[in-house]
Ligand binder design. Sequence first.
Ligand code: ADP
Length: 182
Amino acid sequence: MNDPGFVVWFTGLSGSGKTTLGVVLEKELLKRNLRVQRLDGDIVRKSLTKDLGFSEEDRKKNIERITFVTRLLAKHGVATLVSFISPYISVRDNARKEVNEESAKFVEVFVKASVEECARRDVKGLYEKAFAGEIKNFTGVSHPYEEPPKSELVCDTENETVEESVLIILEYLEKEKIIPKS
Ligand code: ADP
């Protein structure tokens, strides 16, 4: 039987930094010769879940499918880095439960930045449209985001650099013996 992998689950508003942190963390874990797979909302929504929209029901289905894939990867020893807004506590907690059932660790990282800051960054030009009412059900503007009450880590991307946030995650993974000390 394989040793299980682990999951780093980034949750936060659009533009908070989930993809950015996932990309840099992936590089660091690859340097340590781990098998890594990133699952990213922007990519997965164009493939595996391209039939889904942004209603509550569809968002839940989106994360259910991602959870299914995440569980399989974690079961087979892969360090799985998941970057989705994943706005509902219940759905994230279910992902944790499923991953834990494979004896794999689940590390929830709340990527924290205010709506104002995300809108200022407006990486994808979506906030402008959301505030103009051109996009419905936009998280943080016209759709809820349930902040994690007890995530393992909070990366405050308004006050930390990308490198600082990634270092905090790596140190946590080492401290918890999820990855060996480098
Ligand atoms: P998300 O995946 O959450 O939608 P992105 O990673 O696509 O967000 O965009 C986040 C933006 O915020 C990027 O332009 C990134 O350079 C910027 N940013 C500034 N500081 C940080 C930080 N400490 N961590 C992550 N991203 C940051």
